[in-house]
Design a protein around this ligand. Structure first.
Ligand code: BES
Ligand code: MN
Ligand code: ZN
Length: 500
């Protein structure tokens, strides 16, 4: 969608529809001199109680004599005291989808209405743009074009004062976040026959060239030379060999600073390996590379936005299949850390690729912080459901920053403990460590395993997005069925703000 600015005032506005978000208190419409003669007219429907602005409620008004906009959507936001950015995002997204259903081409968003809401004007504008763009994503990647289906709206016109630098930047941030989310969703929705580890590496290289960051790829031989036996063990049952994709964004003047390292689990398909998963829902495991998709999307966005900090992204890619040379339960491998690892269940493959990537991060850089993100454990989904992801961290400040970043963009995290005594449960009789513990506390056990590969003093956080990464059915206008790419926005938000 094309985004334009229009700062001529209501009588000169032109579009197919005007979106007017209002609260139940109606305060947006009263005393809004910038809206001149329009606001009192907008206030008639609420005054007559035809439209009470409850959350999810909407009304259409036609034919204001002084406006070159034929229709107005009044969108209810509920009570002002209950207002959150989630409410705004959902309201705008719902309205934009309705615009598409009606075949409307241009949508006007009057800044004086938006910026009357609680919160910073820039954030509100950014979220409106994000929601409008994200609402148009359907995930129908491989369907024939439906000639009957209405086309997407062509442009969003931000009416009034948004032409300030801050307004323009807010709009660009909203567009960039939506683009990041869309890319990550597209990658995670792509089936495994069309996206293997090498394909992901190719996508990363193309994005690197486009957005101006570096990308190098370790193939199987490189992984062997490096000593990444845990990562290799996961991919060896597949005809599509593993890859470690290394992204680096280092803007001028930041080449030598301690980088933020993002690590993403990238299992392009997780069959469970020899410890085969049940057939039901196994197809969802094409999105077991969501972590890597969110990291790639966030690094690309950091470069696109020219953020002033150095970022490394590690995409730990492999396909977990039960081929003839697959890892067997009971096998022992040597990880990059030097530790031997007993593999008792080949379906706990995510922590194996991650433990080597975490070691790689510490071997090659002195990170300011390391954040990994992974569809890691069914146990996390059982604990927190499909709206909240697990957050583990050795650093309270980092944990708080991640929570706050997520909260600002509608991705919620709940901190779970790195309960030290549970390390006992990962003892192996034959190797330095066993990669799985008991079913009980499964998300914590996995996190404790990862922590074993993080040196004391390294600021580290682990995000378990199993449960939030996939929606069986459409959830709301911002979230169609399929991959959600949960975490992409949080990582970007974290990079924008810095990790200190
Ligand atoms: N990719 C799965 C976790 C998962 C489950 C993600 C459901 C999204 C939805 C992971 O590799 C896995 O299989 N974990 C096992 C670990 C167990 C064998 C210790 C699990 O959670 O059952
Ligand atoms: Mn698995
Ligand atoms: Zn997995």
């Amino acid at each position: 969608m094309d985004i334009r600015f229009h700062n001529l005032g209501p009588e000169k506005w032109k579009a197919d529809v005007l979106l007017a978000p209002v609260t139940e208190d109606g305060d947006i419409l009263h005393d809004n001199p910038e809206l001149d003669k329009v606001a009192p007219w907008l206030a008639i429907a609420p005054a007559r109680r035809d439209f009470t602005a409850k959350k999810g409620e909407s009304a259409v008004l036609y034919g204001h004599p002084a406006l070159a906009v034929p229709r107005i959507f009044l969108i209810g936001l509920g009570r002002r005291t209950d207002f959150t950015l989630d409410t705004l995002r959902l309201a705008i997204a719902g309205a934009v989808r309705r615009c598409r259903a009606l075949g409307l081409k241009s949508i006007l968003l009057p800044e004086p209405l938006i910026t009357r809401l609680p919160g910073s004007a820039e954030r509100l504008l950014e979220e409106c743009v994000f929601a409008a763009e994200t609402a148009l994503y359907t995930g129908a990647l491989f369907k024939k074009k439906d000639a009957e289906a209405p086309a997407d709206p062509e442009c969003l016109v931000v009416g009034f004062n948004a032409q300030t630098d801050a307004g323009q930047q807010a709009v660009r941030r909203g567009q960039s976040a939506a683009e990041a989310l869309r890319l990550a969703r597209e990658l995670a929705n792509t089936p495994a026959n069309l996206l293997a580890p090498a394909g992901m590496a190719d996508r990363a290289q193309a994005l690197a060239a486009e957005n101006g960051f570096a990308c190098s790829v370790l193939n199987e031989d490189d992984l062997r030379a490096e000593g990444m036996g845990a990562h290799l063990a996961v991919g060896q049952g597949s005809a599509h060999p593993p890859r470690l994709v290394v992204l680096e964004y280092a803007p001028e003047g930041h080449a030598d600073e301690a980088p933020v390292v993002l690590v993403g689990k990238g299992i392009t398909f997780d069959s469970g390996g020899i410890s085969l998963k049940p057939a039901a829902k196994m197809h969802q495991m094409k999105s077991d590379m969501t972590g890597s998709a969110t990291v790639l999307a966030a690094v690309a966005a950091a470069a696109r936005e020219a953020l002033p900090r150095r970022v490394i992204g590690l995409l730990a890619m492999a396909e977990n299949l039960p081929g003839g040379s697959a890892t067997r339960p009971g096998d022992v491998v040597r990880a990059l850390s030097g530790d031997t690892v007993e593999i008792t269940n080949t379906d706990a493959e995510g922590r194996l690729v991650l433990c080597d990537a975490l070691a790689y991060a510490q071997k090659h850089w002195q990170p300011a912080a390391v954040v990994d993100i992974a569809t890691l454990t069914g146990a996390c989904a059982v604990a927190l459901g499909d709206e909240i992801a697990g957050l583990f961290s050795t650093d309270d400040v980092l944990a708080e920053r991640i929570s706050a970043s997520g909260k600002a963009c509608g991705e919620y995290f709940w901190r779970l403990p790195l309960w030290a005594p549970y390390a006992e449960k990962l003892k192996s009789g034959i190797a330095d460590i066993c990669h799985t513990g008991p079913r009980e506390g499964g998300a914590i056990n996995a996190a404790i395993f990862l922590k074993h590969f993080v040196a004391d003093g390294v600021r580290w956080a682990h995000l378990d997005i199993a449960g939030t990464d996939w929606m069986e059915e459409k959830k709301n206008p911002l979230c169609p069925a399929g991959a959600t790419a949960f975490g992409a926005r949080t990582l970007l938000e974290l990079l924008r703000g810095g990790v200190r």
